[in-house]
Design a protein around this ligand. Structure first.
Ligand SMILES: *Cc1c(COP(=O)(O)O)cnc(C)c1O
Length: 358
């Protein structure tokens, strides 16, 4: 039985994108960022496809455990670390690498009776002011960590850029400068760059890069798409036409009757809506591909359906394929139409969407 809405995940594209990323940062190891269900692509399937990555990064302990249960043996980094002794014990058992971004987390390690030694990434808050130790706390925190018997020395050094996707923003240079100043002369591998930084700031690549979005074939910059970097989209979100009709000029479509036909219109209804994760607040005439041809969305996005003006297309019938984003319909373009970023659309695929890994 064919699903009404499916997200096709191309593992060949994932591997291709990892190759492109390695070409961009040939001296760096790759920590593949697969948090949030691998940006909606499926945690275990993506990790299995990316078996050539040097490590994986997730946000939460549960995500790491899902990977271990799926048989993933590579190093797994918890990007937010752990928050109590129970989590710390589970992390030790699962051999997770830990981010340490606060003095509380050093206390947790000091008080721990869990067996095993941790690879620890100490996070500097170099200007994003979200997670991380302040510059004036960093050296002392590092010394404290390295004195603990359950921490592997040297501690690794980590920070995160707030504005790498806006290359002209002066903040990135300031953050890099502060990181280099605070970590000058220290041993330990370094990691700074997300997708945007690895493309826009080669100087930020260091020992480990941390690509997320680029692995999925999507550009982290608003004025480009993944294909500008030779990346291939991994997810294609597909539905199909379930009804066709003609409406007369002056008639309306959908809730609120916000769209009015200006001519006799061939209207197609496709089985996809915000209940699947297609954004409700897209701009008028946001494009979709029907049988490979672009056509504009009309009327409001419903929970389970959208309307499409197919007057100018030939040979559309019920069952015709509709592509919402993915191959030949960049998710970057749809995100712009929805006033959001591709990250949110990809992560927002709902649970009823069937995932098809090819
Ligand atoms: C999510 C995340 C990344 C990956 O970011 P992209 O923009 O998707 O490449 C890298 N580092 C950290 C700390 C993150 O939270």
């Amino acid at each position: 039985m064919r699903a009404m809405v499916s997200a096709t995940i191309r593992t060949a594209a994932l591997r291709h994108n990892l190759g492109i990323i390695r070409q961009r940062a040939p001296a760096s190891k790759v920590m593949a960022v697969i948090k949030a269900n691998a940006y909606g692509h499926g945690l275990a399937a993506v990790a299995q496809a990316l078996d050539q990555a040097d490590s994986f990064a997730v946000a939460r302990l549960e995500e790491g455990l899902t990977l271990r249960k799926a048989g993933i043996t590579q190093p797994i980094v918890l990007l937010e670390g752990v928050f109590d002794q129970e989590q710390l014990a589970v992390a030790a058992e699962a051999r997770f690498e830990l981010l340490v971004h606060s003095l509380e987390q050093i206390q947790l390690l000091r008080a721990s009776t869990a067996m095993g030694k941790f690879v620890v990434w100490l996070k500097l808050d170099s200007g994003m002011n979200r997670l991380g130790l302040r510059a004036d706390q960093f050296a002392q925190a590092r010394t404290a960590l390295e004195s603990l018997p359950n921490v592997i020395a040297p501690v690794r050094l980590f920070t995160h850029m707030a504005n790498a996707d806006t290359p002209e923003h002066p903040g990135t240079a300031q953050q890099l400068k502060l990181f280099d100043k605070v970590t000058a002369g220290l041993p330990g591998e370094r990691s700074i760059a997300n997708s945007a930084a690895l493309f826009a700031f080669p100087h930020a690549q260091r020992d480990w890069i941390r690509p997320g979005l680029a692995l999925y074939g999507v550009s982290p910059f608003t004025q480009s798409t993944g294909s500008d970097y030779a990346l291939q989209p991994v997810m294609t979100l597909t539905s199909r036409i379930i009804a066709l009709k003609s409406i007369e000029a002056g008639e309306h479509v959908g809730y609120g009757s916000i769209w009015t036909a200006r001519r006799t219109t061939r209207l197609a209804i496709a089985a996809v809506g915000y209940g699947d994760g297609y954004p409700r607040n897209v701009a008028a005439a946001t494009p979709v591909l029907v049988n490979g041809m672009r056509a504009p969305l009309v009327g409001r996005v419903s929970m389970d359906m959208i309307g499409i003006d197919v007057t100018d297309l030939q040979r559309i019938e019920t069952g015709s394929q509709v592509i919402l984003w993915g191959e030949r319909m960049p998710v970057e373009e749809i995100a712009a139409c929805a006033g959001t970023i591709p990250y949110e659309l990809l992560c927002g695929i709902s649970q009823r969407v069937a995932s098809q890994v090819v």
